[in-house]
Write a protein that binds this ligand. Structure first.
Ligand SMILES: C[S@@+](CC[C@H](N)C(=O)[O-])C[C@H]1O[C@@H](n2cnc3c(N)ncnc32)[C@H](O)[C@@H]1O
Length: 274
């Protein structure tokens, strides 16, 4: 239970952060914001939102540290392997239907493991079709709001821990052997990295055949989630695929257009118009 002055101070603080850094704090779940701000308050040894606000005034670098704390960027290559296994046959079909010109978007890509998983999954589907050269025509947009994550995605080099869920034969085929392991140049060529805020900006380069947005919307409040699901439906071609995180569920008007194909893996497909 929060008191009224506490609620006012919290609101003033989040508005200040939004103004200073252009992050739509109002669209994040309060619970999530409070937890993250509390981490930074503890780190700075202050106990009230007003005191923390004064820390931000005297040390603007604290905004960067707070935003790092807000954008929780835990990730892995082939995170939830079953999801990628369920996606594999669909990627083979995509290659065939799109004659190689596949466009994918990893929205909230963190440090790059997810867009490179997408690139590997696409490369592997093309290899199994005996058409490795298809990869040259593909594109994977990798976007995130977090500066440090984007820097890592731009110079991908992943620690061994990032590979704990990835089948070792795929890791050997598509990454250098020594840690930190780098993806092959053929994969790096198709991944384009952009700074992008899902709370305020339209999709970077629609239409897409595939949108992967996993473990991101969970931090947003329901109205924003609902809007984003509609944005994803708009940004997909008919027949295009949306993948959410394993604990995320699509709701709202977008359910009319995005059909649930794999309930456990949260794989949806945009239905044809009409
Ligand atoms: C837990 S990570 C998920 C990474 C990856 N999608 C996965 O599932 O492994 C959440 C990511 O969402 C990003 N994020 C949070 N708010 C965002 C926003 N408003 N716009 C874009 N990305 C955001 C964070 O910076 C973080 O990298």
């Amino acid at each position: 239970m929060t008191s009224e002055p506490d609620a006012r101070a919290f609101q003033a603080l989040t508005q200040k952060i939004s103004r200073a850094r252009g992050v739509a704090c109002g669209s994040y779940k309060d619970r999530c914001l409070r937890r993250r701000i509390a981490v930074r308050m503890r780190a700075r040894g202050v106990h009230t939102y007003d005191d923390y606000s004064r820390v931000l005034d005297t040390d603007p670098h604290e905004y960067d540290l707070l935003l790092d704390a807000l954008t929780i960027n835990v990730t892995k290559c082939f995170r939830n392997l079953e999801t990628w296994q369920a996606l594999a046959p669909r990627l083979a079909t995509l290659w065939t239907e799109r004659h190689g010109h596949v466009r994918a978007w990893s929205a909230g890509c963190a440090s790059g493991e997810e867009p490179y998983t997408l690139a590997v999954a696409l490369a592997e589907a093309a290899r199994q079709l005996g058409q490795e050269s298809l990869l040259e025509h593909a594109r994977v947009d990798a976007t995130d709001i977090d500066r440090a994550s984007l820097e890592r995605t731009r110079a991908p080099a992943f620690p061994d821990a990032a590979f704990s869920e990835m089948p070792p034969d795929l890791a050997r085929r598509y990454f250098t052997v020594e840690a930190p392991r780098r993806p092959l140049p053929a994969l790096q060529r198709i991944v384009r990295v952009h700074k992008h805020d899902l709370t305020t900006q339209p999709p970077p380069a629609p239409p897409y055949d595939l949108i992967v947005c996993r473990n991101v919307v969970i931090y947003f409040d329901r109205p924003l989630q609902e809007r984003l699901f509609e944005t994803f439906a708009d940004a997909l071609i008919p027949g295009g695929i949306l993948v959410l995180g394993k604990v995320e569920t699509l709701f709202g008007p977008a359910r009319q257009r995005l059909v649930l194909e794999e309930p456990r893996e949260r794989i949806y497909r945009r239905s044809a118009p009409g």
